[in-house]
Design a protein around this ligand. Sequence first.
Ligand SMILES: *Cc1c(COP(=O)(O)O)cnc(C)c1O
Length: 732
Amino acid sequence: MTQTPTMVSDASPPPAPSGLSPEALFEKCNALARNLWWSWQPEVINLFRDLDPIRWRQLDHNPIALLSEFTPERLEMRASELVLFSRINHAYRRLKEYMTEAGTWARTHAGVLGSRPVAYFSLEFGVHESVPIYSGGLGVLSGDHIKSASGLGVPLVAIGLFYDQGYFKQHLDMDGYQREEYLDTKVENLPMEPARGRDGKPITITIATRNRPLQAKVWLMRVGRVNLYLLDCDVKENSPEDRELTARLYGGDTRTRIRQELVAGVGGVRALAALGIVPGVFHLNEGHSAFATLEAIRERMKNDGMSFDDALREVAGRTVFTTHTPVPAGHDRFDGGLIEEHLGPLRDELGISFEQLMGLGRVEPQNAQEPFCMTVLALKLSRRANAVSSLHGHVSRRMWAHLWPWRVEEEIPIGHITNGVHVKSWLAWQMQQLYDREFPINWIRRTGEPEVWQAIHGTDPGELWETHNSLKNLLLAFVRRRVSRQCRRRGESDEDVEAARNMLDPNVLTIGFGRRFATYKRADLILADMDRLARMVNHPQRPLQIIFAGKAHPADEPGKQLIKRIANLRHDPRFAGRIAFVEDYEINVCRHLVQGVDVWLNNPRRPQEASGTSGQKAVLNGALNLSILDGWWAEAYDGSNGFAIGDGARHVDQAVTDARDGENLYRTLEEEVIPLYYDRDIDGLPQHWIKRMMNSISSLAWRFSADRMVADYVRNGYLPAAGGLSCQMDFR
Ligand SMILES: *Cc1c(COP(=O)(O)O)cnc(C)c1O
């Protein structure tokens, strides 16, 4: 049925063809925009995009910002032109059903968590590109964790900080050098509202220090069925300096850091109390939020009259701690002065001495030289601790063995739960449609089950290849658009802009490398022998192209030099048009990359990559991993589901290891990856390659899904912790 566009006049508008008033229609769209559930619903994303495709892109895919440009009447007209009414109604109904669904996985598997939810603490959350309160992998993992918890129906609330400038935006200057830009986020364009206590009033929390007290307000952001509470120090009661405290993620010095961690940890627990939420389990995602345990102990002492030791045992029994990095700089350490300044008043209430408090953050409690380490505090105050891959488990047990000197390494109480990714967030819509045709009905609700993914072997290879190639074309168009725009902004010549518009070739084997430019990730490993690389890139029959993206930490000069070197390869005639650097790696750039490349390259110095998750996102979309046997890949690779670089061996001399790994990378490319990709049958299909794509999808997608991960946390972390099993605090 076609619908006549409504005339706009001063008279009261005629009722919309949907039977809804324009205001009611607008309200439905608004409700969809105000729960981040939309961000993993392709139908709702497409709905918002269709309203205004150009503005949608310009506004970072932010539906609230988009809707703010519409009046209800204009929205109604647009919906009428595009016949969107039934799609809006359908989406709205699905959201309502989702929010009230009773038959979730957790209902049958995690019922005992019931009314005492898991409180999940993290200092960053990467839910969607339009909500810039994350920097990289840790944040995206937190985002994926709460999305899966929502989908499985796990009773869980999340706590973090609201950064009104977030992390920096990356631009490269004419020399290819990274420039950082911090933009103020418009709060009114975010799906947040003040969190209210039982009396209906917005909540503020106060934390005493030895100086001025710190105050924070609390925002509520809805991520499906999970409530995410974000603390924000930008309140008028704070000093001007403190109002800036939560402005930037990883922005300040050690003092800023401890204050942020105080607000997230101690403030987070106070916010829950003010909300009337009584958590049954605390999950510390990284040690950053470990002060939460001290506040929880204070609560138990005050409310239940417990002694410090009993309260500590009780809280530790309910705490799950996940450690994320084997790199020493990743563990926050504070000197005694900072600890006393910020935790002194809390320590008074706990009735413990300064030395006792410091002892909780030290490996050797009596060692006055030792600073206070957040990871040590988290390990001492959690009954259950885990690393994020099997290999990282071994490394972490060795790393922290000195906390339990009387135990052999296998008995160090740190297990592992390997990271996974939220399938609906990372799987391309086109690929999902293909799976919808082949996979069991309702498969999208069972992504953590191995059987579901076996169906990929029944897919027509030509169809899988076609779908992959259409996604690859979208990626190449995205890169050309981005890179040419970047050239224009830098003021480069028309010729250079034009060259960028025509770079990359869809018929060429395409490698993606997107990650932080931390030195250990070795973005330059593939540049070790430029002549050899040039031969591969320019091979007349079997060429290669590479797309790089990634930010360096603002203080990481070597990382910035590396970016500069890679970005400037476009001026080298051997690599022009074949090696691209896309600025400002974030969720949107990552999504395009993992959905469109043929090969996802990962070559960190083993064993420094605790897990890595971007390669898991690539798996879902049919890209093949080419990776050092580190992090998740060490347990994932089976010989026929991707490619391994080397055999995991490591030399005591880092330079020797790097040289060997580089040689192995070249050899794997020349002898395995490239020949397999270009080995075509008479229809032009790389049958053996496609078979490997299928092996990758069937063997890896379920195992490295966030649904599997969260189910593991429920079974091995949350449920035992909620049982309140007491803790043998034998390290004190
Ligand atoms: C997934 C993701 C990461 C994490 O990737 P690694 O494999 O751990 O390097 C980092 N940044 C963004 C934007 C991501 O989406």
